[in-house]
Design a protein around this ligand. Sequence first.
Ligand code: FAD
Length: 667
Amino acid sequence: MTTLNSRIPEGPIKDKWTLYKDHIDLVNPANKRNIDIIVVGTGLAGGSAAATLAELGYNVKAFAYQDSPRRAHSIAAQGGINAAKNYMGDGDSNYRLFYDTVKGGDYRSREANVHRLAEVSGAIIDQCVAQGVPFARDYGGLLDNRSFGGVLVSRTFYAKGQTGQQLLLGCYSAMNRQIARGKIEMFNRHEMLDVVKIDGKARGIIARDLITGEIERHSAHAVVIATGGYGNVYFLSTNAMGSNATAAWKIHKKGAYFANPCFTQIHPTCIPRSGDYQSKLTLMSESLRNDGRIWVPAKIEDAKAIQQGKLKPTAIAEADRDYFLERRYPAYGNLVPRDVASRAAKERCDAGHGVNATGEAVYLDFAAAIHRYGSTKAKIQGHHNASKEEIIKLGEAVIEEKYGNLFQMYEKIIDENPYKTPMMIYPATHYTMGGVWVDYNLMTTVPGLYCIGEANFSDHGANRLGASALMQGLADGYFVLPYTIGDYLAGDIRTGKIPTDAPEFDEVEKSVKDQLEFFVNNKGTHSVDYYHKKLGLVMWNKVGMARNEKGLKEAIKEIQDIREDFWKNVKVPGSLNELNPELEKAGRVADFLELGELFAKDALEREESCGGHFREEHVTEDGEAKRDDVNFAYVAAWEYTGKPSEAILHKEQLEFKDIELKTRSYK
Ligand SMILES: Cc1cc2nc3c(=O)[nH]c(=O)nc-3n(C[C@H](O)[C@H](O)[C@H](O)COP(=O)(O)OP(=O)(O)OC[C@H]3O[C@@H](n4cnc5c(N)ncnc54)[C@H](O)[C@@H]3O)c2cc1C
């Protein structure tokens, strides 16, 4: 059994990262040329790591299942990226970012990692600006900031509603420089299907060329997994359709512990589900909560009339609207963290005040912001007697400048003009705080196997604050892993090339081929999506926004049953040696069917409510999450022993030396 050692350096929190860097082993430039590193995943985390490791002189082999790193799911990130630059002069600092993140995560993250994240956050912005990322600027040309949930400062840098795309283009250009120099060998359209360990260390991977179907062996001195989150275990989520857990789950089965799988983020501002045949949900960025006010009809009869299509929201008088976040959380209002906002919306909808035909939606209304911005604009332009229409026109132009692409997206999907009628939103699965357990070096419990970005269990505890995922992914890739991996590789400078003809490669390759052959030869009756949807329903209904003991026990049994049926009756058309998306999906859903069970088991074991994990048995009198710091202030790291039901729990006790453990309040 592996013992958990988080390897947090000694010293005061402010100095840990500096002291650590001062004392680690380094690899000299000549030796770096003899060391190979595999990076699986080239989203923002993997792309930034690959570019930086290659810049340092290592030989990098990078893998992605899309046709280009530019298509990684990171491209979808809309709202922004946090950094404690204090450009707005509103009192921000590294300490505040550190504090907000630990509090926002409901005190379930590792202090030392979060402080390091805050320390390097400013450098990320400098790096990206140097790459040419077109962050929004104010009138004077300086970088602009906006606010995100759970904080009282404006620290979010953004590029309209396309921040992820612009950051990814910056990262991709850094990668391209290395691809051109031959320091990164890029394997697009390749899917890692397993990791190969030799003498207990990660030494390579088995990958499938998704175009030809060929199975390939790749060796290296270290392997980095940067394959994103597992939100698609719910089938419907805001993640890209291809986002999956296969790499993370496969390494878990090879000895990497999986941490806090039940910590999932349900995002409050998504376009509501419209029917049974939907395959994807769409996010409306949290940045919209800067200006949008969230409400439901205060009177049940109004809500009913709206559900039946007999009443329009614009016809409801101000006094008959319940701005429930502003009412319940006056200090943070519409900018409470996501878990709090999602639960509050669910509570109102469950009480019958929801809108949309299903009753599962609340309004996000920009009328007040349009009026406010329009009035200011009119004054600036010297129109002191501007008419209501003129004010609205000016205000809409400001809103369009800030969020135009998001409004356009909404209108295309819902076919309603959100400048005139409030948007409808409802919570949806969005991000996974759980993931592969890593120590301070970002190394898993398998030596030489690292995990970064959303794929690791990360710095966000039980709830991630908005705009912090991009910060963490880029911190890991540009500024943390390039140091920490050197400390490990310094011990490998005499190893020489890792051969791919070792028996360990034979064995793993055989098991990969056996599984693929099983799928195409199993002439079953149901499609892969049939099983994925079934799993998703169980996850959403029993392991979703609210969980309880009975539901979780049922979920575990139901997932086991779905899995059993899957392995008997799944039907995968096509053959092995061709482009076969159904075959790709089959492997991914097989892994989700195991991960889903561990997820429910973890949720059952965690007898408290914290962040996105809401156990109905553990609630305060006013309906808020009730944490249990005496018994559950730990990271749950699960060891695979053959079946998810038999996974062994290891606890990494969390110590809060620099931030006092308090009840989280946004009131
Ligand atoms: C709609 C949306 C909006 C968001 N907006 C924001 C925001 O404004 N701010 C913010 O901070 N966060 C935001 N997030 C979260 C953030 O975008 C993600 O957490 C982050 O981009 C994840 O980056 P990553 O590099 O870890 O993974 P990804 O970007 O998911 O990249 C995964 C990579 O792994 C590869 N891969 C996966 N499996 C395999 C395999 N088996 N073999 C080979 N390659 C594989 C993929 O090809 C890809 O290259 C948003 C998320 C969503 C869904």
